[in-house]
Every structure is written in C-alpha cells, then in structure tokens.
Design a protein around this ligand. Structure first.
Ligand code: ADE
Length: 225
C-alpha cells in the first residue's frame, strides 16, 4: 500500500510514523509512505501557500493552486483510490473505515490547516472528508498520522500475529475482553480461573461473554449497529 500525505508541517507527521510497527512495515516494504511539503508546490517566491479569506474573516486560508499542483503531480504517476481531507467537520473515522481503507492500493491524505482550505478544493478535488473526533486540533497532521496508523496495522503481515488484529476492540462492534499475564495471583488479585483451565471452548465462551458485558456497560451504542 502507498500513502501520500500532503502537509505544510511535514515535521509533525514524519516522526510519529517512523517508530515501532509502522516504521517496521515501511522497512519491510509493506507500506510506502511519502510526506510532501505543500510549500514545494508553491510558485510564489516566498513559498506562500495561504492567503486572506474573501469576505474579511480572521485567519488564513490554504490556496487552491499549490494543492491542485501537488495532487495532480501524484495522480499523473498512479491512480488513487481516495483523496482524503482531514477536517473536524468530516465523517467520523472508525474501525470500519480503517478496515475498508486497508484494502486500498493508493491513498492521498491532504492535511487541513489554519482556518481551512479554499472550499473549491473540497468540492472538486477531495473524494472523502474525515474527522478523527469531535474536537478541534491545530491542524490535520495528527489526524493523518492517527488514520495512517489505524489503517496500516491492518495490512496483512504488518502485525505479527494475524489473529491479534481480528480480536481488536471494535472489530465486530465489540470491545475486546480483558487479558492477563503472569503471575496468576498478584498479592491476592487473581486471574479468572477459566483462563488457567486449558479448556479452549470454555475460554472462548468466557471471552465472548466478557466482550458483550463490557460493550453493554461501556459502549451500548455499538450494539445498536
Ligand atoms: N483538523 C482539526 N481537527 C481535526 C479533527 N478532529 N479531525 C481531523 N482533522 C482535524
């Protein structure tokens, strides 16, 4: 899979996606990640990419030209499944969307910034607008990194134990059951007996019951789907 992130703050995206599992996926060629500085596509001699809004509102707005130039340069080289724009007013990102996007070949993620981007970009160049939650960040860079992390860990081979992604919280709209490790008894805090029994069917049943009970108690909204 290939992900191209377009941003005015590459330094805010790069370090987050270099470490640990995502960094290893890149080294192993399971993910090709390219972070592009939008300023590289400005024709302005000061490399400006924003301007004052028409109508006199406060704040600056990202201009169409450098964004279109960046997107077109990428599209000239390959087809993209989606051109995503990160924005607090987009549809809310969830595990289902991460699953769906992990099946794509090529994605562009354009990071929003300041007061926003010229709305014509959203109308004509963007195929999907995504928010990572009902709160406002200083820009879309962290949202792009969060989405990339959630998507890439689902690519086959990225997580060592294939089972572990399937049993995640939110897969099947259920919260994950509790997990424990040694010691079985920590100063009287005991691990549930069934997990020590070696009885696979009972363990499986217990896990399902726990997942259901935790979901009912903590996230009943997930069971409505
Ligand atoms: N940019 C600013 N806030 C955001 C959010 N919550 N999700 C995605 N992009 C954003």
């Amino acid at each position: 899979m290939r992900i191209d992130i377009i941003t005015v703050l590459p330094e805010m995206v790069c370090p987050t996606l270099e470490g640990s599992i995502i960094g290893r996926a890149r080294q192993r060629g399971l993910l090709e990640l390219h972070v592009h500085n939008l300023r590289d596509y400005s024709t302005d001699k000061w490399r400006r990419v924003d301007d004052y809004p028409f109508g006199g509102e406060a704040g600056m707005v990202l201009k169409i030209e450098p964004i279109e130039r960046a997107i077109n340069a990428l599209k000239a080289q390959r087809d993209y499944d989606e051109v995503i724009y990160t924005s607090p007013d987009g549809e809310t990102f969830n595990q289902g969307m991460a699953n769906e996007m992990s099946l794509h070949e090529n994605l562009i993620i354009l990071c929003g910034h300041y007061k926003g981007i010229d709305y014509r970009v959203r109308e004509h160049l963007i195929t999907r607008e995504i928010s990572i939650g009902d709160y406002v960040l200083t820009g879309g860079e962290l949202a792009a990194a969060v989405m990339t992390d959630a998507i890439v860990r689902l690519i086959p081979g990225v997580i060592g134990d294939a089972e572990s992604a399937l049993s995640d919280t939110f897969q099947d709209n259920l919260l994950a059951p509790p997990v424990y490790t040694r010691p079985a008894d920590y100063n009287g805090w005991r691990v549930p007996e069934v997990l020590l029994s070696g009885h696979e069917a009972n363990i499986h049943k217990w896990r399902m019951e726990q997942a259901l009970e935790r979901t009912k108690r903590l996230r009943p909204d997930l069971l409505e789907h």
